[in-house]
Ligand binder design. Structure first.
Ligand code: NDP
Ligand code: GDR
Length: 332
């Protein structure tokens, strides 16, 4: 009989890649989604449109314990990947309270339902490099002290602690991935990488003349989402639950991303990139670089896509989607 996986946040970037990975491995894949997603599938389910006929979706709210409990009773999953979250760091400065509600209470509800209904179900928590915040050491590893700099980062530390507590107290097979930034052509448009690559496509199409950005000096360890969901899966295949840093061990500034993306499109960034104070954060995470040695040693995980390939893929797909030819743009 095929194994059954339940993914919260299946409509997001990572959820869509993970659903594809698990289906390819023969899993029966279930997704927990908001009711509105089922009512507006063309817009809200677009990332999973290619697998929609092979996944089973269940409406539930991260704010409602009974609705989550009901889904666990119905699905009886062997593995649960808890990816749903208010994931935009910037927004968490504007609304700390809803970020905490979704990310902390939501995670607690999922863990509590799992413990009650299917205590042998394996659990993955989507931890984040934002937990390191004002970094205590370089590079960051599983033992680096947390110092979050936003409500989002704090909510992820709380989720990480809840996950570890359920592992230690209730013997749940619960693991956290401490994932560094990972991107793809499915990245939300509000995140800086996609904002840049979709902005380039709009410029080439003649629909826009600028990309307005905040802090270009911030440095991130950027990988590809397709690679990172492999690590999530591997964590739940281990005999023992544990926590793992997933990163490329290379860091680049936002400016590096801008320069490479614009050069791929044959454009001069100085003509189009405008620095806008409105996009600076009240507290910034200046430098992230992760050491994935433990994930490599224990999980056999390595990133397949490097920074350059990631940027090229994102620019290319956004230009294709916009109907502009990159080759022609470069030739002009
Ligand atoms: P996305 O923002 O693309 O997806 C977030 C998912 O969470 C969506 O399915 C969204 O549903 C769902 N969601 C958000 N709010 C709620 C809510 N109130 N109730 C129910 N569902 C909700 O994120 P990613 O795929 O990029 O990230 C997945 C997880 O990994 C997140 O927890 C994120 O914080 C974490 N993470 C991501 C990293 C990255 O670089 N991508 C790095 C480290 C951690 P809907 O479509 O309905 O909005
Ligand atoms: P991040 O990603 O906050 O690292 O969180 P984001 O792409 O939003 O920001 C990265 C860096 O770029 C700087 N920046 C801008 N950011 C945005 N969004 N828009 C801008 O115009 C802009 N200009 C500069 C930011 O200041 C920041 O330094 C992502 C999310 O996926 C989280 O859910 C996840 O946990 C972490 O990555 C790891």
């Amino acid at each position: 009989m095929s194994r059954r996986a339940l993914i919260t946040g299946i409509t997001g970037q990572d959820g869509s890649y993970l659903a594809e990975l698990l289906l390819a491995k023969g899993y029966e894949v279930h997704g927990m989604v908001r009711r509105v997603a089922l009512e507006d599938p063309s817009r809200r389910l677009d990332r999973i449109s290619r697998v929609l006929d092979r996944v089973k979706l269940h409406a539930a709210s991260l704010e409602s314990f009974p609705s989550i409990y009901h889904v666990f009773r119905l699905v009886q999953p062997d593995e649960c990947y808890h990816l749903a979250a208010q994931s935009f760091v910037s927004y968490s400065f504007d609304d700390e309270f809803s970020t905490f509600n979704t990310n902390i209470n939501g995670t607690h509800f999922v863990l509590a339902a799992l413990k009650d209904v299917v205590p042998r179900c394996r659990f993955y928590f989507a931890g984040s490099s934002e937990m390191f915040g004002k970094v205590a050491e370089i590079p960051q590893t599983e033992t680096t002290r947390f110092h979050p700099r936003s409500a989002y980062g704090i909510s992820k530390v709380a989720g990480f602690d809840l996950t570890r507590n359920y592992r230690e107290t209730y013997n749940i097979h619960a693991s956290s991935g401490i994932l560094f930034n990972h991107e793809s052509p499915r990245r939300g448009y509000e995140f800086v990488t996609r904002k840049i690559t979709s902005g380039i496509a709009r410029i080439l199409k003649g629909e826009s003349t600028e990309v307005r950005l905040g802090n270009l000096d911030a440095k991130r360890d950027w990988g590809h989402a397709r690679d990172y969901v492999e690590a999530m899966y591997q964590m739940l295949q281990q005999d023992e639950p544990d926590d793992y840093v997933v990163a490329t061990n290379r860091t680049h500034s936002v400016r590096d991303f801008v320069n490479l993306a614009f050069s791929i499109a044959g454009l001069d960034p100085d003509k189009y990139v405008v620095t806008d104070p409105g996009f600076f954060r009240p507290a910034e995470v200046h430098l992230l670089i992760g050491d994935p040695a433990k994930a490599t040693r224990v999980l056999g995980w390595r990133p397949k896509t490097q920074f350059e390939g990631l940027v090229e893929e994102m620019v290319t797909v956004d230009c294709e989607n916009a109907g502009v030819s990159l080759a022609r743009a470069k030739a002009i």
